[in-house]
Design a protein around this ligand. Structure first.
Ligand code: NAD
Length: 479
C-alpha cells in the first residue's frame, strides 16, 4: 500500500505512525484512487502553528530583497515543473492537461511575478501628520484553500504572505492536495528557515477549524464557499483575528443590443464552461435584450460545441470532468431543480454526456427562460451551467445583474466600449470585464457583498498581509 503524503512541518516531512488515518485522492475522470494524504488533527495544527510562530521573528527580519529572491526561485520552480504540476492537477481535480499547464500552473507563475513586482515597489516609512507610518507583517497566517484552481489560490496567499514577512500554515483542499505537496517540495529546496512554510493536510472540520480558532494564528485567509466562509469568520472572531475571505459568485454577463452576438457568446461560454464551470468568477447568468432572445438561444447553444467533455489526459480536450462525484451530484441537482421550476433545457442536462458513462462528467448546459425568482438564477452552481434571461432596457439589465447576494465579477459587451464602461461602473462587483477581458493578476481581485472581504493579486493582495503602524512623534526621524 502506497504511503500517504505526510504533513510538512518545521522544515521536515512528518513520519506517519503505523496506522495513519488517510484521506484518499480520487481521479474524477477514472474514479481511481491515485494517492492519499494524512488526515491532520488539532495536534498537527498545534505543532505547525508553533513552528510558524517560532520562525516569525526570524523571517520578518529577513530583508525584502532576500524574500523576493526566495519567491522568485519558487516561481522558477513552478515554471520548471509545469508539466509535473499539470499532470498532478489533472489527476486530482480533472483539469485537461493543456488547460492545467496554461491556466492552472501558468496563472500561478504569473501571480507570483505580479506579487514580486508589488513587493519590489512597496513604499517605505511615510511621514503622515506628526507621525511616521510604517507597515509590518501581520504574523502567522493560516491559509485555507479550495480545489478548483488549487495552485493559483495557494500561491496568491502563501506567496504574498511570505513576501510580506509572514510565516504560513497551509491547509489545502482535501480533494486536490497533491499540488500542495509538490509546492512544499519546491519550498523545501529553497532552504528557508524551518517553520516559515508549513502544510497540514486534512479536512475542514478538523484542521480548518483548529487553525481558525488557534490563538497563535494572527490571520486566516480563506478561499471557498460562502457557507464555510461564514463559519471561518465566526470561529476566527473568537480571537479577533484578521480574516480575508474569497467566496462564491453568481456573476452576470450583460450583453447590450449593439454587441456582436457570435463573439460575445463564445466569450461568455469560455468564462462559464472552462474548468468545467468551476470558476468562482464565471459569468453564469447571461442577460440579453428580450427581443434578441431567439438569436441568443441559438448562439448560446452553438457556443457549447467547443466545450464537449472528454478525457482530460488528451491534449485536444477542452473540458474534463467535474472535480469529484460529490460536485457532479450537486450540479445535477441544480439542473433538475431549474427544470422543475420552469427553466427550459436548451443544451446539456443532468445525465452523462454522450459517449461517457462513468467519471464525474457533465455536459455544458444552457437553460433558457430563467427568471430572477428561480434558484438557478440566485444560487452558485459551480458547474458548466449557463442561464439565459431577457431584459427590457439597460437599467433593467443593471438591476438584474445586481440582484444577487454575491458581488464577485461581471462582464459587459457593447460595440461602444465607453458605454460598456458606464454599465460596468454600475455593477456592484469587485471585478468587471469589458468585451471579454478576463482575470488580470496584477490588479486587485475580490468580492463585494457576500462574495468576500479583502483583495488578492498584486499590490492589494500583498497589502492584505501587512499591518499599519503609526509611530507618533517620529515624522522627522528618518531624514
Ligand atoms: P469549501 O468551502 O467547501 O472548502 C474550501 C476549503 O475550506 C477546503 O480546504 C475545506 O477543507 C475547508 N473547510 C471546509 N469546512 C471548513 C470549516 N468548517 N472550517 C474551516 N475550513 C473548512 O469550498 P470548495 O468546495 O473547496 O470550493 C468551491 C467554492 O470556493 C465555491 O463556492 C467557489 O465559488 C469558491 N471559490 C471562490 C474563489 C474566490 O476567489 N472568490 C475562488 C475559488 C473558489
Amino acid at each position: 500500500m502506497r504511503q500517504p503524503v505526510p504533513h510538512y512541518i518545521d522544515g521536515a516531512w512528518t513520519r506517519p505512525g503505523p496506522d495513519p488515518v488517510v484521506i484518499d485522492v480520487i481521479d474524477p475522470a477514472t474514479l481511481d484512487t491515485v494517492a492519499g494524504t494524512l488526515a491532520g488533527t488539532a495536534a498537527d495544527v498545534d505543532r505547525a502553528v508553533l513552528a510558524a510562530r517560532r520562525a516569525f521573528p526570524v523571517w520578518s527580519e529577513v530583508p525584502m530583497g532576500e524574500r523576493v529572491d526566495a519567491v522568485k526561485a519558487l516561481a522558477t520552480a513552478l515554471d520548471t515543473h509545469r508539466d509535473r504540476l499539470a499532470e498532478t492537477l489533472s489527476r486530482e481535480m480533472g483539469a485537461p492537461l493543456s488547460f492545467a499547464r496554461q491556466a492552472q500552473v501558468g496563472v500561478a507563475v504569473a501571480d507570483l511575478h505580479a506579487l514580486i513586482g508589488a513587493a519590489e515597489n512597496l513604499s517605505g516609512p511615510t511621514p503622515v501628520s506628526q507621525s511616521l507610518v510604517v507597515t509590518e507583517p501581520v504574523g502567522v497566517v493560516a491559509a485555507i484553500t479550495p480545489w478548483n484552481f488549487p495552485l493559483h489560490q495557494i500561491v496568491l496567499k502563501a506567496g504574498a504572505a511570505l513576501l510580506a514577512g509572514c510565516t504560513v500554515v497551509l491547509k489545502p483542499s482535501e480533494v486536490a492536495p497533491l499540488n500542495a505537496a509538490l509546492l512544499a517540495e519546491f519550498v523545501d529546496e529553497l532552504g528557508l528557515p524551518d517553520g516559515v512554510f508549513n502544510v497540514v493536510f486534512g479536512d475542514g472540520a478538523q484542521v480548518g477549524e483548529a487553525l481558525c480558532a488557534h490563538p497563535d494564528v494572527d490571520m486566516v485567509t480563506f478561499t471557498g464557499s460562502r457557507a464555510v466562509g461564514e463559519r471561518v469568520a465566526r470561529i476566527a472572531a473568537g480571537t479577533i483575528k484578521k480574516v480575508a475571505l474569497e467566496l462564491g459568485g453568481k456573476s452576470a454577463a450583460v450583453v447590450l443590443e449593439d454587441a456582436d452576438i457570435t463573439s460575445a457568446a463564445a466569450q461568455v461560454a469560455r468564462s462559464c464552461f472552462a474548468n468545467s464551470g468551476q470558476t468562482c468568477a464565471a459569468l453564469t447568468r447571461l442577460l440579453v435584450p428580450r427581443d434578441l432572445l431567439p438569436a441568443w438561444r441559438t448562439a448560446a447553444v452553438a457556443a457549447t460545441a467547443d466545450w464537449q467533455p472528454g478525457d482530460p489526459r488528451l491534449e485536444t480536450t477542452s473540458m474534463g470532468p467535474l472535480a469529484s462525484l460529490v460536485q457532479r451530484e450537486r450540479v445535477r441537482r441544480h439542473i433538475d431543480r431549474a427544470v422543475a421550476e420552469g427553466a427550459h433545457l436548451l443544451a446539456g442536462g443532468s445525465g452523462f454526456p454522450a459517449g461517457l458513462s462513468g467519471g464525474a462528467y457533465i455536459a455544458p448546459t444552457v437553460l433558457g427562460d430563467v427568471e430572477p425568482g428561480m434558484s438557478v438564477f440566485r444560487e452558485e452552481v459551480f458547474g458548466p451551467v449557463l442561464t439565459l434571461t431577457g431584459y427590457d432596457h439597460e437599467d433593467h439589465a443593471v438591476e438584474l445583474a445586481n440582484d444577487s447576494v454575491y458581488g464577485l465579477s461581471g462582464g459587459v459587451w457593447s460595440a461602444d466600449p465607453l458605454r460598456a464602461l458606464g454599465v460596468a461602473r454600475r455593477l456592484r462587483t469587485g471585478t468587471v470585464g469589458i468585451n471579454g477581458a478576463g482575470l488580470d493578476v496584477g490588479a486587485p481581485f475580490g468580492g463585494y457583498k457576500q462574495s468576500g472581504v479583502g483583495r488578492e493579486c498584486g499590490a492589494a493582495g500583498l497589502e492584505e498581509f501587512l499591518e499599519t503602524k503609526t509611530v507618533m512623534g517620529a515624522r522627522d526621524l528618518l531624514g
